[in-house]
Write a protein that binds this ligand. Sequence first.
Ligand SMILES: Cc1cc2nc3c(=O)[nH]c(=O)nc-3n(C[C@H](O)[C@H](O)[C@H](O)COP(=O)(O)OP(=O)(O)OC[C@H]3O[C@@H](n4cnc5c(N)ncnc54)[C@H](O)[C@@H]3O)c2cc1C
Length: 371
Amino acid sequence: MSTVTIVGGGVIGTMHAWFALARGHRVRQIERDLEARSASVRNFGLVWVSGRRDGTELQLALRARELWAEIGAVVPGVGFRPHGSLTVALTDGELDVMSSYAATPAAADRDTVLLDPDEVRRAEPAVRGPVVGALHCRRDAIVEPRVLLPSLRDAMAATGRYEHVPGRHVVAHDGAVAIDHLGDRHEADLLVVCPGATHDGLLADRLATAPVRRRRLQMMQTAPTDLRLTSSIADAESLRYYPAYEHLDLAPLGDRSAVAARHDLQLLLVQRLDGSLTIGDTHDDDEPFPFDVDEEPYEHLAERAATILGAPLPPVLRRWAGVYSVLHPDTDPSIVYHHDEVEPGVVLVTGAGGRGMTLSPAIAERTWEAL
Ligand SMILES: Cc1cc2nc3c(=O)[nH]c(=O)nc-3n(C[C@H](O)[C@H](O)[C@H](O)COP(=O)(O)OP(=O)(O)OC[C@H]3O[C@@H](n4cnc5c(N)ncnc54)[C@H](O)[C@@H]3O)c2cc1C
């Protein structure tokens, strides 16, 4: 049995801890905040297979989807629901693009079919807007970002081989020994650093030359609603965003609205277990990022969500922004995240971008297989 130190309490670090324990190791996980507060708790909780690029990215997503189902079965607090998704068309042009996609093997690979308006309403009675069709991906799923990390930690603590060390910022390392901001040395045989979008902290020298950058997104959450959604919802803007659709002729989508183009936005809508709706998002790559959130994209997203649901949205109770680490766009597409064997016994994993929640169990499994 080896002793492993994981730096980072986000989902990538937590999944590395999970799979290290499964291999019989003793694990210490160090998080600088008292509770992880970064991308892993700010996201939609979408286990999103539908948009993934053919090749390694899709293979990892399909494997991760299986792993999430297995983990969800033993840790109910993960909130795993195999609910599928609907990417809805509001115009004939959007439907044309979706029809051409549905006819490709790529759709079958992702368990995705085209639905007509009646089928959409049968699949998802909460969608009552003027929808002319939808792509239905039966492989997509949902987890609960605000509660899954503590639930996984509780399950890991039950092994007797896991220790969570919050409130310690790892500022240096000496081989596999992590050194925190109070000068404590955490002895281990292996150090796995999962710092998320903190590119200027531990291993900053490696990250400065790594093919990663940061991206900021805006999100909101409504009050709980009596509407019961059985799928996650995306609008057709997502066809411009996800690589699964990159070979399609997107011209029938028409021009983006000025607001959508300005904020590079797409609508994603997920119902939480308490009935509230998580809605987003925008994409901003220009640092320094704003410290405040901008109202303009929220108005647009709320209007679009209400149009698709055919019902007014419940009041918005929370708004926030999140930042993730993502690979440079010109990175070889067969590379899906940043994995760096810094030196013997020290591994750095980050840069999974907007797919990190989805892929996290498969990424961690892969790290341990490689080790
Ligand atoms: C708004 C938003 C929506 C998203 N939606 C989805 C989605 O629906 N589906 C999906 O698949 N992906 C989604 N993503 C992407 C996903 O959330 C991220 O890829 C993933 O959470 C990254 O996990 P992480 O553990 O690498 O990083 P983080 O969650 O950022 O965690 C890193 C942790 O490391 C800690 N840390 C850093 N340095 C140190 C140090 N030196 N010492 C101690 N602790 C340290 C930080 O405090 C932090 O808690 C979304 C992201 C955002 C921002």
